[in-house]
Design a protein around this ligand. Structure first.
Ligand code: ATP
Length: 356
Protein backbone atom coordinates (compact mmCIF):
# COMPACT_ATOMS: atom_id res chain seq x y z
CA UNK A 1 0.00 0.00 0.00
CA UNK A 2 2.65 2.51 1.08
CA UNK A 3 4.80 1.36 -1.86
CA UNK A 4 2.05 2.37 -4.29
CA UNK A 5 1.68 5.75 -2.52
CA UNK A 6 5.43 6.39 -2.68
CA UNK A 7 5.43 5.35 -6.34
CA UNK A 8 2.72 7.92 -7.09
CA UNK A 9 4.45 10.64 -5.07
CA UNK A 10 7.75 10.03 -6.87
CA UNK A 11 6.01 10.10 -10.24
CA UNK A 12 4.84 13.64 -9.43
CA UNK A 13 8.35 14.86 -8.49
CA UNK A 14 10.58 17.09 -10.58
CA UNK A 15 13.73 14.92 -10.44
CA UNK A 16 15.94 17.89 -11.28
CA UNK A 17 14.78 19.84 -8.27
CA UNK A 18 14.95 17.46 -5.30
CA UNK A 19 15.20 18.46 -1.64
CA UNK A 20 17.06 16.31 0.87
CA UNK A 21 15.52 16.49 4.33
CA UNK A 22 16.17 15.01 7.71
CA UNK A 23 15.49 15.64 11.36
CA UNK A 24 18.03 17.97 13.00
CA UNK A 25 19.89 15.56 15.25
CA UNK A 26 22.16 12.48 15.15
CA UNK A 27 24.10 12.79 11.84
CA UNK A 28 22.18 15.69 10.31
CA UNK A 29 25.20 18.02 9.93
CA UNK A 30 26.89 15.32 7.87
CA UNK A 31 23.76 14.55 5.83
CA UNK A 32 23.17 18.23 4.96
CA UNK A 33 26.87 18.79 4.23
CA UNK A 34 27.01 15.75 1.93
CA UNK A 35 23.79 16.70 0.14
CA UNK A 36 25.07 20.23 -0.46
CA UNK A 37 28.35 18.87 -1.83
CA UNK A 38 26.28 16.98 -4.41
CA UNK A 39 24.22 20.04 -5.28
CA UNK A 40 20.94 19.30 -3.50
CA UNK A 41 18.70 21.76 -1.71
CA UNK A 42 18.47 20.81 1.98
CA UNK A 43 15.78 21.08 4.62
CA UNK A 44 16.11 20.51 8.37
CA UNK A 45 13.09 19.47 10.40
CA UNK A 46 13.58 20.85 13.88
CA UNK A 47 11.84 21.05 17.23
CA UNK A 48 12.68 24.12 19.28
CA UNK A 49 14.64 27.26 18.65
CA UNK A 50 17.56 26.18 20.81
CA UNK A 51 18.18 23.14 18.65
CA UNK A 52 18.02 25.26 15.49
CA UNK A 53 20.45 27.89 16.74
CA UNK A 54 23.61 25.86 16.86
CA UNK A 55 23.54 25.23 13.11
CA UNK A 56 24.51 28.91 12.67
CA UNK A 57 27.90 27.94 14.08
CA UNK A 58 28.39 25.34 11.32
CA UNK A 59 27.53 27.06 8.00
CA UNK A 60 28.63 24.14 5.80
CA UNK A 61 26.45 21.71 7.72
CA UNK A 62 23.47 24.04 8.04
CA UNK A 63 20.41 23.21 5.92
CA UNK A 64 19.23 25.79 3.39
CA UNK A 65 15.91 25.93 5.18
CA UNK A 66 14.34 24.84 8.45
CA UNK A 67 10.90 23.47 9.06
CA UNK A 68 10.05 24.21 12.69
CA UNK A 69 7.62 21.76 14.28
CA UNK A 70 6.11 21.52 17.77
CA UNK A 71 6.87 17.83 17.93
CA UNK A 72 8.11 15.26 15.44
CA UNK A 73 4.70 13.66 14.94
CA UNK A 74 3.65 16.93 13.30
CA UNK A 75 5.73 15.87 10.26
CA UNK A 76 2.89 13.53 9.38
CA UNK A 77 0.57 16.52 8.87
CA UNK A 78 3.09 18.38 6.72
CA UNK A 79 3.81 15.73 4.11
CA UNK A 80 1.88 17.53 1.35
CA UNK A 81 3.97 20.64 1.82
CA UNK A 82 7.13 18.55 1.76
CA UNK A 83 6.01 16.65 -1.33
CA UNK A 84 5.52 19.98 -3.09
CA UNK A 85 9.25 20.59 -2.56
CA UNK A 86 10.11 17.17 -4.06
CA UNK A 87 11.44 16.05 -0.70
CA UNK A 88 13.38 12.88 -0.08
CA UNK A 89 13.86 11.98 3.57
CA UNK A 90 17.09 10.49 4.93
CA UNK A 91 16.19 8.49 8.01
CA UNK A 92 18.69 8.16 10.85
CA UNK A 93 18.39 6.45 14.23
CA UNK A 94 16.90 9.45 16.02
CA UNK A 95 14.48 10.14 13.17
CA UNK A 96 12.96 6.67 13.49
CA UNK A 97 12.99 6.84 17.29
CA UNK A 98 11.34 10.28 17.54
CA UNK A 99 8.65 9.44 15.01
CA UNK A 100 8.10 5.91 16.31
CA UNK A 101 8.44 2.85 14.08
CA UNK A 102 4.70 2.63 13.26
CA UNK A 103 4.47 6.22 12.10
CA UNK A 104 7.76 5.95 10.26
CA UNK A 105 6.39 2.96 8.33
CA UNK A 106 3.40 4.98 7.11
CA UNK A 107 5.24 8.25 6.37
CA UNK A 108 4.01 9.51 3.02
CA UNK A 109 7.36 10.74 1.79
CA UNK A 110 10.00 8.90 -0.24
CA UNK A 111 12.65 7.77 2.25
CA UNK A 112 16.15 6.59 1.48
CA UNK A 113 16.52 2.81 1.96
CA UNK A 114 14.06 -0.02 2.36
CA UNK A 115 11.59 0.59 5.20
CA UNK A 116 10.78 -3.11 5.46
CA UNK A 117 14.15 -3.60 7.14
CA UNK A 118 12.76 -1.99 10.29
CA UNK A 119 10.72 -5.09 11.15
CA UNK A 120 13.82 -7.24 10.89
CA UNK A 121 16.18 -5.09 12.94
CA UNK A 122 13.79 -3.91 15.68
CA UNK A 123 12.74 -7.40 16.74
CA UNK A 124 15.71 -9.16 18.38
CA UNK A 125 14.41 -12.63 17.40
CA UNK A 126 13.98 -11.67 13.75
CA UNK A 127 17.36 -9.95 13.76
CA UNK A 128 18.93 -13.22 14.91
CA UNK A 129 17.09 -15.20 12.21
CA UNK A 130 18.50 -12.78 9.63
CA UNK A 131 22.09 -12.55 10.86
CA UNK A 132 22.56 -16.19 11.84
CA UNK A 133 20.70 -17.23 8.70
CA UNK A 134 23.30 -15.19 6.80
CA UNK A 135 26.05 -17.28 8.43
CA UNK A 136 27.29 -14.66 10.94
CA UNK A 137 28.25 -15.61 14.48
CA UNK A 138 26.26 -13.84 17.19
CA UNK A 139 26.80 -13.96 20.96
CA UNK A 140 24.84 -16.94 22.27
CA UNK A 141 21.59 -16.36 24.10
CA UNK A 142 20.83 -17.68 27.57
CA UNK A 143 17.17 -18.65 27.71
CA UNK A 144 17.03 -19.56 31.38
CA UNK A 145 18.78 -17.16 33.81
CA UNK A 146 19.64 -20.15 36.01
CA UNK A 147 22.02 -21.17 33.21
CA UNK A 148 24.21 -18.09 33.69
CA UNK A 149 27.67 -19.53 34.34
CA UNK A 150 29.77 -17.01 32.40
CA UNK A 151 29.53 -13.21 32.04
CA UNK A 152 26.35 -12.11 30.25
CA UNK A 153 24.86 -8.78 29.25
CA UNK A 154 21.19 -8.28 29.95
CA UNK A 155 19.42 -6.08 27.42
CA UNK A 156 15.96 -4.64 27.86
CA UNK A 157 13.95 -4.60 24.67
CA UNK A 158 13.55 -1.24 23.00
CA UNK A 159 16.06 0.35 25.42
CA UNK A 160 17.87 2.75 23.14
CA UNK A 161 21.53 3.50 23.56
CA UNK A 162 22.19 0.69 26.01
CA UNK A 163 20.06 2.27 28.74
CA UNK A 164 19.60 0.00 31.75
CA UNK A 165 21.73 -2.81 30.33
CA UNK A 166 23.77 -4.66 32.92
CA UNK A 167 26.41 -7.33 33.23
CA UNK A 168 25.90 -10.41 35.38
CA UNK A 169 28.33 -13.21 36.03
CA UNK A 170 26.04 -15.46 38.05
CA UNK A 171 22.34 -16.16 38.50
CA UNK A 172 22.49 -14.43 41.91
CA UNK A 173 23.85 -11.24 40.34
CA UNK A 174 21.17 -11.42 37.66
CA UNK A 175 18.40 -11.78 40.24
CA UNK A 176 19.67 -8.81 42.21
CA UNK A 177 19.55 -6.45 39.22
CA UNK A 178 16.74 -7.59 36.94
CA UNK A 179 13.55 -5.56 36.53
CA UNK A 180 11.40 -8.48 35.52
CA UNK A 181 8.40 -6.36 34.49
CA UNK A 182 10.32 -5.36 31.34
CA UNK A 183 11.02 -7.79 28.47
CA UNK A 184 14.72 -8.59 28.19
CA UNK A 185 17.29 -10.78 26.44
CA UNK A 186 20.31 -12.39 28.09
CA UNK A 187 23.33 -12.56 25.85
CA UNK A 188 26.87 -13.84 26.20
CA UNK A 189 29.14 -10.91 27.12
CA UNK A 190 31.79 -11.18 24.43
CA UNK A 191 35.32 -10.36 25.54
CA UNK A 192 37.28 -8.55 22.87
CA UNK A 193 37.56 -5.26 21.03
CA UNK A 194 34.52 -3.52 19.59
CA UNK A 195 34.33 -2.45 15.95
CA UNK A 196 31.27 -0.79 14.44
CA UNK A 197 31.57 -1.32 10.68
CA UNK A 198 29.96 1.22 8.35
CA UNK A 199 28.91 -0.29 5.05
CA UNK A 200 27.14 1.11 2.01
CA UNK A 201 25.22 -1.20 -0.30
CA UNK A 202 24.13 0.00 -3.72
CA UNK A 203 21.70 -2.27 -5.54
CA UNK A 204 22.15 -0.20 -8.71
CA UNK A 205 25.88 0.44 -9.08
CA UNK A 206 28.65 -2.04 -9.90
CA UNK A 207 31.64 0.09 -8.89
CA UNK A 208 32.69 -1.69 -5.67
CA UNK A 209 32.82 -5.19 -4.10
CA UNK A 210 30.48 -7.06 -6.43
CA UNK A 211 27.46 -8.91 -5.09
CA UNK A 212 24.78 -10.98 -6.87
CA UNK A 213 23.05 -7.64 -7.43
CA UNK A 214 24.86 -4.30 -7.11
CA UNK A 215 27.94 -3.74 -4.99
CA UNK A 216 29.18 -3.11 -1.48
CA UNK A 217 31.51 -0.54 0.08
CA UNK A 218 32.93 -0.26 3.58
CA UNK A 219 33.31 3.46 4.21
CA UNK A 220 34.59 3.63 7.77
CA UNK A 221 34.47 2.15 11.27
CA UNK A 222 34.30 3.51 14.78
CA UNK A 223 34.20 2.52 18.38
CA UNK A 224 31.52 3.99 20.59
CA UNK A 225 32.42 5.85 23.73
CA UNK A 226 30.06 4.57 26.38
CA UNK A 227 29.54 5.97 29.83
CA UNK A 228 30.30 4.75 32.39
CA UNK A 229 31.77 1.41 31.29
CA UNK A 230 34.60 2.91 29.21
CA UNK A 231 36.01 5.03 32.05
CA UNK A 232 34.93 3.07 35.07
CA UNK A 233 38.46 1.87 35.80
CA UNK A 234 39.42 5.42 36.82
CA UNK A 235 37.59 4.83 40.06
CA UNK A 236 38.43 1.18 40.69
CA UNK A 237 37.75 -2.29 39.35
CA UNK A 238 34.19 -3.15 38.32
CA UNK A 239 34.07 -5.79 41.05
CA UNK A 240 35.08 -3.26 43.72
CA UNK A 241 32.52 -0.76 42.53
CA UNK A 242 29.71 -3.29 42.28
CA UNK A 243 30.30 -4.17 45.91
CA UNK A 244 29.31 -0.64 46.86
CA UNK A 245 26.37 -0.62 44.47
CA UNK A 246 27.92 1.29 41.55
CA UNK A 247 27.17 -0.52 38.29
CA UNK A 248 28.65 0.31 34.89
CA UNK A 249 26.26 1.56 32.21
CA UNK A 250 26.44 1.54 28.38
CA UNK A 251 25.06 4.94 27.42
CA UNK A 252 26.62 6.23 24.19
CA UNK A 253 28.13 9.70 24.47
CA UNK A 254 30.37 9.84 21.40
CA UNK A 255 32.33 8.00 18.74
CA UNK A 256 36.03 7.30 18.29
CA UNK A 257 37.61 6.77 14.87
CA UNK A 258 39.40 3.49 14.41
CA UNK A 259 41.29 1.44 11.81
CA UNK A 260 41.43 -2.34 11.80
CA UNK A 261 44.37 -4.57 10.97
CA UNK A 262 44.20 -4.98 7.22
CA UNK A 263 44.22 -8.79 7.26
CA UNK A 264 40.71 -8.70 8.76
CA UNK A 265 39.20 -6.76 5.86
CA UNK A 266 38.36 -9.79 3.67
CA UNK A 267 36.25 -11.09 6.56
CA UNK A 268 34.60 -7.68 6.95
CA UNK A 269 33.51 -7.76 3.31
CA UNK A 270 32.43 -11.38 3.53
CA UNK A 271 30.17 -10.54 6.50
CA UNK A 272 28.71 -7.53 4.69
CA UNK A 273 28.06 -9.66 1.63
CA UNK A 274 26.31 -12.37 3.65
CA UNK A 275 24.07 -9.82 5.37
CA UNK A 276 23.07 -8.17 2.10
CA UNK A 277 22.50 -11.42 0.22
CA UNK A 278 20.29 -12.76 3.01
CA UNK A 279 18.37 -9.48 3.17
CA UNK A 280 17.68 -9.68 -0.56
CA UNK A 281 15.95 -13.02 -0.09
CA UNK A 282 14.18 -12.10 3.17
CA UNK A 283 12.73 -8.68 2.40
CA UNK A 284 14.05 -7.27 -0.85
CA UNK A 285 17.38 -5.99 0.46
CA UNK A 286 18.99 -3.63 2.95
CA UNK A 287 19.69 -0.54 0.84
CA UNK A 288 22.31 2.14 1.44
CA UNK A 289 24.12 2.55 4.76
CA UNK A 290 24.15 -0.04 7.47
CA UNK A 291 26.37 -0.92 10.38
CA UNK A 292 27.41 -4.23 11.89
CA UNK A 293 28.22 -3.88 15.57
CA UNK A 294 30.88 -6.43 16.39
CA UNK A 295 33.34 -7.66 18.96
CA UNK A 296 36.58 -9.21 17.71
CA UNK A 297 37.81 -11.93 20.05
CA UNK A 298 41.38 -12.92 20.82
CA UNK A 299 41.03 -15.65 18.18
CA UNK A 300 40.27 -12.90 15.66
CA UNK A 301 36.68 -14.03 15.27
CA UNK A 302 33.90 -11.52 14.77
CA UNK A 303 30.81 -11.80 16.91
CA UNK A 304 28.01 -9.55 15.69
CA UNK A 305 25.68 -8.34 18.42
CA UNK A 306 23.53 -5.93 16.43
CA UNK A 307 22.79 -4.42 13.04
CA UNK A 308 21.73 -0.81 12.43
CA UNK A 309 20.06 -0.51 9.07
CA UNK A 310 20.73 3.14 8.28
CA UNK A 311 23.38 5.83 8.73
CA UNK A 312 24.90 5.56 12.21
CA UNK A 313 26.34 8.43 14.25
CA UNK A 314 29.65 6.56 14.24
CA UNK A 315 30.19 7.92 10.71
CA UNK A 316 30.34 11.49 12.08
CA UNK A 317 34.13 11.56 12.62
CA UNK A 318 34.58 11.16 8.85
CA UNK A 319 33.13 14.30 7.26
CA UNK A 320 36.20 14.69 5.05
CA UNK A 321 36.60 10.97 4.46
CA UNK A 322 38.08 8.05 6.34
CA UNK A 323 41.22 5.92 5.92
CA UNK A 324 38.96 3.61 3.85
CA UNK A 325 36.81 6.03 1.86
CA UNK A 326 40.02 7.89 0.88
CA UNK A 327 40.69 4.88 -1.36
CA UNK A 328 37.34 5.44 -3.10
CA UNK A 329 37.47 9.22 -3.56
CA UNK A 330 38.65 12.20 -1.50
CA UNK A 331 36.21 13.86 0.89
CA UNK A 332 33.65 11.08 0.88
CA UNK A 333 31.48 10.97 3.99
CA UNK A 334 28.58 8.57 4.35
CA UNK A 335 26.24 11.57 4.07
CA UNK A 336 27.81 12.48 0.76
CA UNK A 337 27.69 8.86 -0.42
CA UNK A 338 23.95 8.80 0.23
CA UNK A 339 23.51 12.00 -1.80
CA UNK A 340 25.60 10.53 -4.62
CA UNK A 341 23.39 7.45 -4.72
CA UNK A 342 20.26 9.59 -4.97
CA UNK A 343 21.90 11.69 -7.67
CA UNK A 344 22.91 8.62 -9.67
CA UNK A 345 19.48 7.00 -9.29
CA UNK A 346 17.65 10.15 -10.37
CA UNK A 347 19.85 10.45 -13.45
CA UNK A 348 19.24 6.82 -14.39
CA UNK A 349 15.54 6.78 -13.57
CA UNK A 350 16.12 4.29 -10.73
CA UNK A 351 14.94 6.23 -7.71
CA UNK A 352 12.34 3.61 -6.88
CA UNK A 353 15.09 1.04 -6.43
CA UNK A 354 16.69 2.94 -3.56
CA UNK A 355 13.73 4.74 -1.97
CA UNK A 356 10.66 3.35 -0.27
P1 ATP B 1 21.78 0.93 19.67
O1 ATP B 1 20.41 0.63 19.20
O2 ATP B 1 22.07 2.37 19.95
O3 ATP B 1 22.85 0.24 18.84
P2 ATP B 1 21.16 -0.83 21.81
O4 ATP B 1 20.37 -0.21 22.89
O5 ATP B 1 20.47 -1.71 20.85
O6 ATP B 1 21.96 0.29 21.11
P3 ATP B 1 23.45 -2.58 21.87
O7 ATP B 1 24.11 -1.87 20.73
O8 ATP B 1 22.96 -3.96 21.65
O9 ATP B 1 22.32 -1.65 22.49
O10 ATP B 1 24.45 -2.60 23.11
C1 ATP B 1 24.94 -1.41 23.76
C2 ATP B 1 26.39 -1.59 24.11
O11 ATP B 1 26.58 -2.73 24.98
C3 ATP B 1 27.29 -1.91 22.91
O12 ATP B 1 27.69 -0.76 22.24
C4 ATP B 1 28.46 -2.65 23.55
O13 ATP B 1 29.40 -1.82 24.14
C5 ATP B 1 27.77 -3.43 24.64
N1 ATP B 1 27.40 -4.80 24.20
C6 ATP B 1 26.25 -5.15 23.60
N2 ATP B 1 26.20 -6.47 23.39
C7 ATP B 1 27.35 -6.97 23.85
C8 ATP B 1 27.90 -8.29 23.95
N3 ATP B 1 27.20 -9.35 23.54
N4 ATP B 1 29.12 -8.44 24.50
C9 ATP B 1 29.82 -7.36 24.96
N5 ATP B 1 29.35 -6.10 24.92
C10 ATP B 1 28.14 -5.89 24.37
Amino acid sequence: MIRKTIHDILASYDKNDLTIATVCSHSSLQIFHGAKQEGFRTLGIVVGEQRRRFYDAFPLGKPDEFLMVENYKEILTLTKELQDQNTIVIPHGSFVEYLGPDMFMTLQLPTFGNRDVLMWESDRDKERIWLEGAGLTMPYEVKNPKDIHNPVIVKYHGAKGGKGFFIAKTYAEFKKRIQSDKPYTIQEFVMGTRYYLHYFYSPIQQNAYKLSKGSLQMLSMDRRDETTIDEVQRLGSIAELEEIGIHPTFVVTGNIPIVMRESLLPKVFQMGEQVVEKSLSLFGGIIGSFCLETVVTENLEFKVFEISARIVAGTNPYITGSPYSDFIMPNLSTGRRIAQEIHYASQHDQLEEILS
